[in-house]
Design a protein around this ligand. Sequence first.
Ligand SMILES: C[S@@+](CC[C@H](N)C(=O)[O-])C[C@H]1O[C@@H](n2cnc3c(N)ncnc32)[C@H](O)[C@@H]1O
Length: 281
Amino acid sequence: MNRLRELQQRRNLDCRDQWLSYAEHRHQVMQQLAKSAGGRLCILGAGNCNDIDLASLLAAFNEVHLVDLDATALADGVARQSVEDERLHAYGDVEVTGVWELLEQVAADGLEVTRADLLAQSLADAPALPMPGPFDCVVSLCLLSQLIDAVSEACGRDDSRVNDLVLKARDQHLRLLAELTTQGGTSVLVSDFVSSDTCPELLTIPSSDLPRAAQQALATGNFFTGLNPAAIASRIAKDPTMFERFGHPRIAAPWRWRLGDRMFAVFAMHWSRQSNSAPDC
Ligand SMILES: C[S@@+](CC[C@H](N)C(=O)[O-])C[C@H]1O[C@@H](n2cnc3c(N)ncnc32)[C@H](O)[C@@H]1O
């Protein structure tokens, strides 16, 4: 009953030696993180660590906390960068939704009504995680697409309840980012949103054409379910509790991430975690 965990581990194994082909993606991710340098950084979905340069992160932040479900990928990823620093903390075997066992049951035995209800209820709150938060900067690093994929894979992609559960999983992940981020700190959502499977021009267009291609893909509904950045911003704006914490995001220009023969388009959204108290004036 570990189908979803094994799927993540297999994907990580397939990508573990792609440090070189990740160069452009890593450069872009590091530029996004540089915008919030200083203080304590937490990265969710660090996995193989091919998209982060640990030495540079340790130079830019006081502490770096790496989190992933796949303990082996994380330990090997850190070891490959030969960085030893007591300010670097790795939390392998940490699952960020709290519903993974339930999802594994659904994947094995199907989505009965009671399980669908339980899943929806369990996704209402973000789980307590073992890292010593809150952090000045919290980054979800190409993790949300994996969470959404796990929900779809477990429930069956054609099940009519999947869309609702996917959106609940997305909301839960956004709440987790907010809860892990200290007031006045920054939450960053980095996510792939379309691939060359459905947008083949990602493989050939010059970088200068990427914003247009990304805009066109989004405008024509050609993106991964739940991963339209404008829809995420609008979802937050419509929920008073989330909006109070997040406010409006800054959305960075998209970039490309090569994964073997496939190319992904990636966005980054940055939120300044709002203070809950009114200013003293
Ligand atoms: C696409 S990878 C991110 C890329 C990774 N930073 C790298 O350099 O290879 C997504 C990561 O999220 C992790 N992950 C997936 N589902 C998770 C969950 N529910 N809890 C924690 N980590 C999860 C996977 O193990 C994987 O390492």
